[in-house]
Design a protein around this ligand. Sequence first.
Ligand SMILES: C[S@@+](CC[C@H](N)C(=O)[O-])C[C@H]1O[C@@H](n2cnc3c(N)ncnc32)[C@H](O)[C@@H]1O
Length: 777
Amino acid sequence: MERLKSLVPDELKQRIATSMSNDLLSTSSSVISFFLHLEQFHLITEDLADPKMALCSKNKDAAMEFKQNGNRFFSNGNHSLALSYYSKALRVAPLEKKDDEKNKDLGSVLFVNRAAALYRVGLPMECIRDCDRALRRTPSYAKAWFWRGKANAALKDYGNACSDLKIAKLMEATSLGKKQVECELSIVLQKISEVPSLPLHNNDERLRKLDEKCEVELECVVTREKGRGMVSKGEVPPSTLVHMEEPYVAIISKNSRDSHCHYCFDELPADYVPCTSCSIPLYCSETCRGKAGGGMPRNREAEIASHESIPRELKKHFEDITLKGIIPENLNMFHEHDHECSGANWAAVLPSELVLAGRVIVKALGKRGDFLDTAESVEPLDLCHSYSELAPNVKLESHIYSIVLLRCLQSSCSFEIPINAVSVSRTIILLSQIRVNAMAVVRIKSSGEHLSFCGFDASSIEQVKVGQAIYARGSLFNHSCQPNIHIYFLSRNLYIRTTEQVAEGHPLELSYGPQIGQWTCKDRQKFLKEEYSFQCQCSGCSTVLLSDLALNSVHCVSRDCNGIVIETAQVSCERNKIKHHWGISSPESLEPYLQIENLNNLDREPSRVLPLGGGYCLKCRSFCDLHSSQAAIDEAWINFERLKDEATTIEPGESLIFNASKSFNFLKLKLHPFNKRIAEAEDILAKAFCRVGDYQSAQNHCCSSIMILEKLYSPKHIVIAYELLKLLSIKMASGNYTSSETADRLNNILRWYYGSHVDAVFPSYMGSLVKGTNGCS
Ligand SMILES: C[S@@+](CC[C@H](N)C(=O)[O-])C[C@H]1O[C@@H](n2cnc3c(N)ncnc32)[C@H](O)[C@@H]1O
């Protein structure tokens, strides 16, 4: 891309840099005439679009090599490595079975080999699913029936195990193989005579009960400051599900490509399935693969019917398995990966936003046919954009990316894709719509393995971005740094829930990222301007709040004054709030830290409340040299960085804890008590003390950290729940299982934010932690 950018003449660059959305037809036309006559452009786009040059097409030789490695590790008893090689082989193996393939093909062999490895590593369910895959391709595959039988026996489902093994015996051609099956069968028959067979197990453990209904009526209203936004038609209680939606289009993040399903974004199971025609997407099941359009298994009814040799009593079992899950092709459904699946490089190489734009174009063309044809054609997605406010460099990139994308789509789409001023300018607008409206699909991840062994570590929670999606109606919710709704995702679907009581007609606003308590107002506004090109007009950015003032502040130099000292840029941000909005929240809570006497007589003059520059105490106006204070604070912080690094992996040395504790006393003298760094320092110390087994000190530091965060956020904020989880793990690590108060608080916040979906969103052990602690109280 840099190469193409550098080729654009300066005069055109300049026009694009200063262009507004109205100018796009003209700038697009110039870009097209420039690039379509440029040999380098054609070379680059051919590289991207020609399947012969692509690295992501299927490769039988590579698959055979992976398979051999898998076989080698399997024979040596290294079954997990064998499993990983069979999976690699499946990813690159050509999986489209040809009509003339009567016998088992490479795909069937790889599925059975992987099934055997799955059985050996103790995953019988996954083993059965892989056997089924092999049997749908090759119904007479004796080994697949054999491993299926063994896995069913491991699950104590002796009835099915017996049927599987009986069919395996019928299908087995070698006498040695037959003997092996007979031996297994006799064990199962013996078991059947001893214990009753368990009822059929549910093969799909990932099925979840998600039956909560969304019954709130919302409406879209327009305001001068924020454009369209969503409000509720009636009063809504906290924790109410107000919206749920499937994405218009979605795409997996590049860093999740090997770990999460490319359709539903859930974590991949050990028996994931690859795309049938290219080597990029991986899916958790055939259902997801079918929905994404990564190749459908053929209906093999005719072939199966030809198996006359199956005795009547086994026929139903045989057909149930070999025909099971064959998804009828849904012609009305948009298969978002289909047009990328020609084995070309572009979908794997271009940025995700661009590939997402390609998916919108193909879906819109499939639905309407005229999305790119005329400037008047109706938008498939009525979304706002911010092209005119983009940085010059981003505007230029959008022009180049749009023409590259259309060129790639031309070569891999069944529709006609025109490249003209209209189509390019519409694609540029689409890219800026995606920039403003795409949501990051996230999953909650914890770094610990098992709570009772790892104690504190088990509860390090983070949100991991696994995908990006466009939700047509979800995009109409505006941002607030003090949100009253909360979003989360199950599979690829968006859910929105209130986090407080919302009055009738009041805007429902979520956070696009930054929140009060996390960053100061200045930093939040900078982020929103850079990422979303808007000046935040939310209530949190128009009101003077203790959290915004204290978050990064230092203590007044006069020890008997509680006043806050902040830097110049922050002072001017807060002064602007007073000047333009005159908002001060909860004066009583601010009074100890700020000069706000005679509040009723105040006019809109900021100097009545805040000093002109930074470094002055907001309460007594004493001056503090922020520059030298900051240098001393940064130096003291080094001890925390060291302790943090060491405490994540090993037991930290005594001297590290001693030095950090000394620095901590210094930080407490210098920083304001509600400064976020103090909370972080408390957190690092808690972790370190936990590592060395001093649970009481760990607990004290953890509690102090929670108290600061409650001031900066609010006592019911989800951030507090994550801290409570840490506190609970410390208590449990110390053998205290009677912390029902902490567990109740944690449970309440989680239910507040996730309602009935709490168990689906959080790793299951967290639920059992809460229940376990409650149970022990
Ligand atoms: C995802 S859209 C929300 C819907 C949008 N208001 C509309 O009319 O389509 C994001 C855009 O809404 C506007 N917006 C959202 N929250 C805002 C806020 N707190 N202050 C100002 N503008 C806001 C900005 O123009 C932003 O780029």
